[in-house]
Write a protein that binds this ligand. Structure first.
Ligand code: NAD
Ligand code: UFG
Length: 346
């Protein structure tokens, strides 16, 4: 019998990474995770192992450390890399930009060097809709010109896209997927794995969930004077398990597709802040107190995907709707009020 393909997942202990590791294990892949746990806990991987009935291999290391990275590649042949490792807090990236360029851009550069040294040329990268900046029109297709991200985090994603495109142009062995995520939300339906933000959440749904759970007092709705149907910001929220499945489809597509492929991973539907608030209240049975507050700097009015290329070329489309996103978020939050530091999920 042939050995199972072996996938290296950087940042695999994190939010999107852990859900993707689960999908990979359930699909018969062998998985090694490399993560420095700077924004996660290896408890996520213990729970993934419980759900999958088998464990990923875990290496606690930083992707910028050449020696550690090289040792991982040398130990067992790697078929492909899915690269989630990176820092993602927009506000922090404005305060400490070098940390973001070093971790995200230099980290990716070191990873690509190690891959090439060990003859591994298949890479799936976590990009973001932030590379479109403030889009001229919605829905956003991949052909839309790239915008100007408003912060160092967003610029680091754009730089990495350019770095990987240059690399693939220089050597035909590279097969690269640039996956532009819209707004990942939700959790695995088991309630065992989910998003565990450090400190006060920046993003809408984890914030709402913590208000519902009594950890935060009220939601601030940042701006109700946008040119949108109810005046609040509109985004394309995508269930994290749909997103995880998109990585598997991208891996499959890369088998027969050289060069760089760019795919939006979104649902194609936009929901406002008030839509999200109401849907969460319905799913949780909780009332979410809120107040209207001024616009948040750097925010855009409206952002949602045209996901048709991913459907056409990857055979992928999001199947989980708003209700599942809300119910799964609430199950995760209510069973793990302190994230992976909780012990009630057992
Ligand atoms: P996350 O913080 O939960 O996961 C990232 C993981 O990478 C963490 O476990 C962290 O410990 C690890 N990590 C960071 N730097 C590392 C390094 N130098 N070496 C090894 N490990 C390192 O974030 P997430 O939400 O799962 O996001 C995963 C990827 O998707 C990130 O690259 C992020 O920028 C991108 N992305 C996320 C969103 C989102 O809204 N969550 C949207 C678009 C793109
Ligand atoms: N919002 C609030 N109150 C909050 C949090 C958010 O009203 O407490 C609003 C925002 O103003 C926005 C919407 O909810 O209209 C969504 O905000 P998020 O912070 O959840 O998501 P963003 O679309 O602003 O940001 C996300 C990622 C970024 C990425 C960006 C563009 O978090 O990393 O998408 O792709 F850069």
């Amino acid at each position: 019998m042939l050995p199972s393909p072996h996938i290296l997942v950087t940042g695999g202990a994190g939010y999107i990474g852990s859900h993707t590791v689960l999908v990979l294990l359930q699909s018969g892949f062998d998985v090694t995770v490399i993560d420095n746990l700077s924004n996660s806990s290896d408890e996520s991987l213990s729970r993934v192992a419980r759900l999958a009935g088998k464990s990923p291999r875990f290496v606690k290391a930083d992707i910028r450390e050449r020696g550690q990275l090289s040792a991982v590649f040398a130990e067992r042949p790697v078929s492909a890399v899915i690269h989630f490792a990176g820092l993602k807090a927009v506000g922090e990236s404005v305060r400490v930009p070098l940390r973001y360029y070093d971790n995200n851009v230099v980290g990716t550069l070191r990873l690509c060097e190690a891959m090439a040294e060990h003859g591994v040329f298949t890479l799936v990268f976590s990009s973001s809709a932030t590379v479109y900046g403030d889009p001229a029109t919605v829905p956003i297709s991949e052909d839309q010109p790239l915008g100007t991200p408003t912060n160092p985090y967003g610029r680091s994603k754009l730089m990495i896209e350019q770095l990987l495109t240059d690399l693939a142009a220089s050597d035909a062995r590279w097969k690269v997927a640039l996956l532009r995520y819209f707004n990942p939300v939700g959790a695995h339906e088991s309630g065992l794995i989910g998003e565990d933000p450090n400190g006060i959440p920046n993003n809408l749904l984890p914030y709402i969930a913590q208000v519902a759970g009594g950890k935060l007092r009220e939601l601030s709705v940042w701006g109700n004077d946008y040119p949108t149907p109810d005046g609040t910001g509109v985004r394309d929220y995508i269930h994290v398990v749909d997103l995880a499945e998109g990585h598997l489809c991208a891996l499959n597509a890369l088998q027969t597709r050289p060069g760089v492929g760019i795919w939006n991973l979104g649902t194609g539907r936009g929901y406002s802040v008030f839509d999200m608030l109401q849907a969460f209240e319905a799913a949780s049975g909780k009332t979410i107190p809120y107040r209207l507050a001024p616009r948040r700097s750097g925010d855009i009015a409206m952002c949602f995907a045209d996901p048709s290329r991913a459907e056409r070329e990857l055979g992928w489309r999001a199947s989980r709707g708003l209700q599942a996103m809300m119910e799964d978020t609430w199950r995760w939050q209510s069973r793990n009020p302190n994230g992976y530091r909780s012990s009630t999920a057992g």
